[in-house]
Design a binder for this molecule. Structure first.
Ligand code: FAD
Length: 412
């Protein structure tokens, strides 16, 4: 069995590790920490804005500019990855690659996304719906009045509006606790008796035909928690993801990690990968910064899934020079100076698009050819997209990971 090392445990690293293990490789996943999944919404954005709001992400993917990673990955690559993601976590992600959902956020705006959790879907609102946004008095990260106010003012993508009102329910996640975190409420909602107690408090406050919006804390482990609560209330219920740490993001992170372990992926977490050795155009090993001596890991192929600036994969020094911090790879997009301009409300900051350039197998390019024949790059470290603004980071991460894994499996 051939050995592949994946460095980084965000969405890109986890998808690559799963795909490689499913294809029969012996996979070692190295990560210095958790990735960005639990900071996010627990959904998979493929393309939300281009710069107009996107309704059909696959159609929009086929029309991106030549320097965008999707131009290399292709619409078929994205379709394959979305299908694979849905297979990886079948009870957690649903959606149609040809139709974005538009789901309410924690400030009551509508956010386009491609795959979402079943517990969020009733939030894909139709004109004329009535929504009641329910706050939990002891959860301060969710403001129902703000959400209902903005939702009522927002025009839906296909025109039309919804009616929205706010109410609050006082229930303790843990006995005697005045303020509780989203995670504490999620653990509480995992327990059927707590759901019954909550439903008994809320049901008398609901009006006929209302759709119930709740913070995304309706259980962390129990996948039936949402449908059970909706049945107890006799109303459609949807969850609105909270700011980090996001329970919805935690669910996705935990499910992908559990799937990887079940597929046989070995994981070494909590230690930074700091160096490597190469022979000509092949990487031989990488080294982790363990104490008292660095630990060496050898493999036949390597996947760089270390993220972007936020994860430390890219860094800028005080002279404005940007580097890829592990392999010292050549970067694309650094020629667009200044990389950061002072007009913060104006044009996109060029620095957001900096990263490594890749070929159709996700091999990192330098002077038009692969720098190392057995090194692929996936996810945020790839150049050419402004992931947070156009809402493309998750799609690029998943699709580049599947392409990289498949091309490695063909070679092994
Ligand atoms: C503020 C912000 C908002 C965003 N909003 C959106 C959005 O709305 N929609 C969207 O689609 N995308 C968004 N993105 C992008 C999205 O977070 C990512 O595209 C996606 O989660 C994939 O990330 P990744 O796996 O490439 O990297 P990450 O999730 O960052 O994971 C990187 C992994 O690499 C590890 N690592 C890094 N360096 C090393 C090292 N030397 N040794 C070992 N391990 C290492 C880290 O510990 C981590 O496990 C946003 C990003 C930011 C920063």
């Amino acid at each position: 069995m051939s050995r592949v090392i994946v460095i980084g445990a965000g969405l890109a690293g986890l998808v690559a590790a799963n795909r490689l293990a499913d294809g029969g490789a012996e996979v070692l996943l190295l990560s210095k920490g958790i990735g960005g999944l639990q900071l996010g919404q627990g959904t998979v954005d493929v393309l939300g804005y281009n710069p107009q709001r996107v309704t059909n992400p696959i159609k929009a993917v086929a029309e991106v500019a030549a320097e965008h990673p999707y131009a290399t990955i292709g619409a078929q690559g994205v379709l394959t990855a979305l299908g694979y993601l849905k297979e990886l976590v079948p009870d957690l992600l649903v959606g149609d690659p040809e139709a974005n959902y538009h789901l309410p956020t924690a400030v009551g705006a509508l956010r386009p996304t491609c795959l979402a959790q079943p517990s969020m879907l009733a939030g894909n609102l139709k004109a004329g719906s009535s929504v009641v946004v329910v706050g939990l008095r002891r959860l301060k990260d969710f403001q129902p009045e703000l959400i209902a106010g903005n939702l009522g003012r927002t025009e839906l993508p296909d025109g039309g509006r919804v009616a929205a009102r706010a109410i609050n329910v006082d229930i303790a996640a843990r006995e005697g606790e005045i303020d509780s975190s989203g995670l504490a409420f999620a653990h509480a909602f995992d327990v059927p008796a707590f759901r019954q107690q909550f439903a008994d408090l809320l049901a008398p406050l609901l009006k006929d035909g209302e759709i119930v919006a709740l913070p995304a804390v309706i259980g962390l482990k129990d996948r039936q928690a949402h449908s059970d609560l909706a049945a107890k209330l006799g109303h459609p219920v949807f969850e609105i993801p909270l700011p980090p740490p996001s329970v919805a993001g935690l669910r996705l992170n935990q499910a992908l990690n559990a799937r990887a372990l079940a597929a046989g992926v070995r994981m070494v977490s909590g230690v930074r990968t700091v160096g490597f050795a190469a022979d000509g155009d092949r990487i031989l090993n990488v080294r982790n910064a363990t104490v008292p001596a660095e630990r060496e890991y050898r493999a036949d192929a390597f996947v760089l899934a270390t993220g972007g600036f936020e994860a430390g994969a890219l860094a800028m020094d005080s002279y404005g020079t940007v580097t890829e911090t592990l392999f010292g790879l050549p970067l694309v997009g650094t020629e667009n100076t200044p990389l950061i301009h002072g007009d913060y409300w104006g044009a996109e900051q060029p620095i957001f698009s900096v990263g490594v350039g890749v070929d159709s197998q996700m091999r990192v390019l330098g002077n038009g050819k692969p720098v190392y024949a057995n090194l692929r790059a996936v996810g945020d470290v790839i150049a050419g997209s402004t992931r947070w603004a156009e809402k493309s980071g998750d799609g690029v991460a998943a699709a580049s990971a599947v392409l990289a894994a498949d091309s490695i499996l063909k070679e092994l």
